[in-house]
Design a binder for this molecule. Structure first.
Ligand code: HDE
Length: 710
């Protein structure tokens, strides 16, 4: 049972009219006809052929035959939840949007997280960008903030999106690999399109393998506008900051989690909400006055650039809480349609050429995905305010628009629906002065492709930098074509020479002294090739510490999963003390035993086992605890899987605690050589274990882990 109440918003009330509960109902056809046999078709004799007359068989099979709709072309794999957004303080000086001015509102939201490249059934821990799409059901209409968990994108112009996605998706001749960027076509494209390098280095970082969807940041990426009630515009970047901090797993774990539980993130989100441990993010805004548009060393309209928080601080203005799981995956999570074009008065677009293309793409894709122009009538997509217009008919019209007129202006319909004045809340686009030639090109102000990847890399801690080097080495190691790898090595050397040297060593290759020109081939045939090459690397900021996960929040162990390794005879005294402290801090304690069912502690009490060691893996937990109890430890020593469990947790830099005879089990593992490690806690207090877990991992251990052969 959830400890905290589930979301009960205006949107949930709207959805309730569509819920269908099978409890106490009789089986019927779609026409309401009661059915008394849904097991056998109608036949010409007991062993005869099935009759065409069998409308019951036809209805059941036809419905089944058409159960699938096209999966999203990108972001196919996703999970979602309901919740609400609350504003801490009004920002009416920047925006007139109700959601940003009314501190008494609780705006219902539906949020879908996703990976980008994989199919609907692909594993959650792919190395990938994560989608972070928020639908706000506001009183002025629906606003969709369709963002990612990284603050920048791969490309600068929507025109390149099909190329980018075709390069990362499974190769078209063999449909391999699934949900993976580690293959030739992707790096062929990346190495010839240098604007991608910034997002690419983020994907090589730990941000691409989050510990939980609840532990990642979200970003609107594009520069948007906020418009106040005087019509004045400010530029804005949106940020979501998770209350639990930003944490990741290691690549070795990610690969193993994908086998042990390919629904790891989806399950984690669902379980946390069911347990009443509601995920929360704070919304932050970076505001840039209109007058400062050209004050930066990069172009605000270029979506491959972030504004370092050290240059423009993030102002926290509100909080989003996810507190209700969907009732039905298909009806809600699959059918939800996000459109960056869904905005409300007080928010507006900029000329970012990527954003401009998205304004076309998302409506277009819903037409083939959801079957026609009435997808806004699907329950999850309905706004919480009335809609009235003269748009008519189309596939799956579920409303019954009344009256004689379906045009404007009309007199026969009393002029309705009538127009709204701007003072009454009508939307009007920001009046931007435009005086330009029509031209198919890229602004030269977008040409700086190396400065920000270098800033990102410089800002990482040594352990994060090591992970980046290992990720490049892995990904390029999976490419089969040496010229592609060499080209990448040269490009990486433009970001950071030492990084390139480490990767080159791992690949057994040399960094080329130069590469054939042009470096950047994502240009038009008649373009001035020289003008379109990446410009010299700049250093306008030495470091941006906010980009490093080493500087995230480390306050809480809430929702962290602790595996307690037990067998018959385990010490109840040790266990109880640890369990009480961990659960008080909100951690989830699981008993892992040699078998399922029950284990009996040294006080002869029976305890339900959460998982037998054969059905689980250490990669599914954040930390390990081994209580004492001589008999139990002797039994655990006999199961090699427990030793693997401990060695692997050590390799992944997790906190491990043991009490009394628990140390004997540690002594059977590689951990015996590293008992001085700060996160190996033998006969220490539960509070010490909590502190070690709150640090997420002991990355200082990384120098030793290569010696652990698991
Ligand atoms: Fe998307 N993207 N995208 N994208 N995107 C889609 O729309 C597209 C981009 C993002 O949970 C599609 O409904 C183009 C940036 C998310 O349902 C499609 C371009 C960002 C989701 C589409 C981009 C995103 C999508 C596929 C380049 C971060 C999942 C299904 C101009 C700011 C939403 C759908 C969900 C989904 C097109 C670039 C985020 C095909 C053409 C930049 C989170 O319309």
């Amino acid at each position: 049972m959830a400890k905290n109440p589930k979301e009960e918003s205006k949107k949930i009330k709207d959805l309730e009219q569509f819920y269908k509960d099978p409890e106490n109902t009789t089986l019927t056809t779609n026409q309401g006809l009661k059915v008394n046999d849904t097991n056998n078709s109608l036949k010409s004799g007991e062993r005869g052929s099935t009759l065409l007359e069998d409308f019951l068989l036809r209805e059941k099979i036809t419905s089944f035959d058409h159960e699938r709709i096209p999966e999203r072309i990108v972001h196919a794999r996703g999970s979602a939840a309901h919740g609400h957004f609350e504003l801490y303080k009004s920002i009416e000086q920047y925006s007139k949007a109700g959601i940003f001015t009314d501190v008494n509102r609780k705006t219902p939201v539906f949020v879908r997280f996703s990976t980008v490249a994989g199919s609907k059934g692909s594993p959650d821990l792919a190395r990938d960008v994560r989608g972070f799409a928020v639908k706000f059901y506001t009183e002025e209409g629906t606003w969709d903030l369709v963002g990612n968990n990284m603050p920048i994108f791969f490309i600068q112009d929507a025109m390149k999106f099909p190329d980018l996605i075709h390069s990362v998706k499974p190769e078209p001749n063999k449909e391999i690999p699934q949900a993976a960027s580690a293959h030739d076509t992707f790096y062929d494209f990346i190495s010839r399109t240098t604007e991608t390098l910034h997002n690419q280095i983020w994907v090589m970082s730990d941000r691409a393998i989050p510990r939980s969807l609840r532990m990642m940041e979200g970003f609107g990426i594009h520069t948007f506008r906020l418009i106040n009630d005087k019509g004045k515009s400010h530029f804005v970047k949106f940020h979501w900051k998770p209350k639990l901090g930003v944490h990741s797993v290691t690549w070795d774990e990610a690969v193993k989690i994908n086998g042990a539980d390919s629904d790891f993130h989806r399950r984690d989100l669902w379980d946390a909400i069911e347990a009443g441990q509601f995920p929360e993010w704070e919304l932050g805004v970076q505001i840039v006055p209109q007058e400062d548009e050209f004050k930066f060393d990069f172009d605000l309209l270029d979506p491959t650039k972030l504004i370092p928080e050290e240059m423009v601080p993030v102002q926290i203005i509100g909080k989003m809480t996810l507190n209700r799981n969907p009732e039905n995956f298909f009806a809600e999570t699959e059918q939800v349609a996000f459109l960056p074009g869904h905005i409300v008065p007080g928010i507006d677009f900029t000329n970012d050429p990527l954003l401009q293309g998205r304004l076309f793409s998302y409506r277009d894709t819903q037409l083939s995905r959801l079957g026609g122009p009435n997808f806004h009538q699907i329950p999850i997509n309905r706004p919480v305010v009335p809609t009235n217009n003269n748009q008519r008919d189309g596939m799956m019209q579920t409303e019954i628009p009344k009256g004689q007129t379906a045009y404007f202006p009309n007199s026969l319909g009393g002029g309705c629906p009538h127009l709204a004045k701007i003072a009454e809340g009508a939307f009007n686009s920001y009046e931007e002065r435009i005086d330009a030639k029509k031209i198919r090109t890229r602004s030269e102000s977008f040409n700086d492709h190396f400065s920000q990847p270098a800033l990102f890399y410089r800002s990482l801690s040594p352990w994060e930098q090591q992970h980046v080097a290992e990720a490049y080495t892995f990904e390029l190691g999976k490419c089969l074509h040496t010229p592609i790898k060499e080209r990448m090595l040269w490009l990486i050397s433009q970001i950071d020479v030492d990084l390139a040297k480490t990767v080159a060593k791992g690949l057994g290759l040399e960094i080329p002294k130069s590469i054939e020109q042009p470096i950047n081939q994502a240009i038009g045939a008649d373009a001035d090739v020289k003008a379109q090459q990446p410009s010299e690397k700049k250093n306008y900021l030495d470091q941006a510490p906010t980009l490093s996960q080493a500087n995230t929040r480390f306050e809480s162990i809430a929702t962290r999963k602790v595996a307690v390794l037990v067998a018959d005879g385990f010490s109840m005294k040790n266990f109880k003390k640890m369990q009480t402290t961990l659960e008080k801090e909100g951690a989830v304690v699981n008993l892992i035993a040699p078998h399922g069912g029950k284990v009996i502690c040294d006080q002869n009490m029976k305890h339900a086992v959460d998982a037998s060691v054969m059905t689980t893996e250490s990669v599914l937990f954040d930390a390990l605890y081994i209580p004492g109890g001589k008999k139990a430890i002797e039994a655990l020593k006999k199961e090699a899987k427990f030793l693997k469990f401990i060695n692997e947790a050590f390799k992944h830099c997790k906190a491990i605690a043991a009490d009394e005879e628990g140390e004997d089990l540690i002594d059977e593992t590689f951990v015996s050589k590293y008992k001085q490690d700060a996160a190996i806690l033998i006969n220490k207090s539960p509070a010490d274990f909590v502190n070690a877990m709150a640090k997420h991992r002991n990355w200082d251990r990384m120098e030793h882990i290569k010696n652990i052969p698991v």
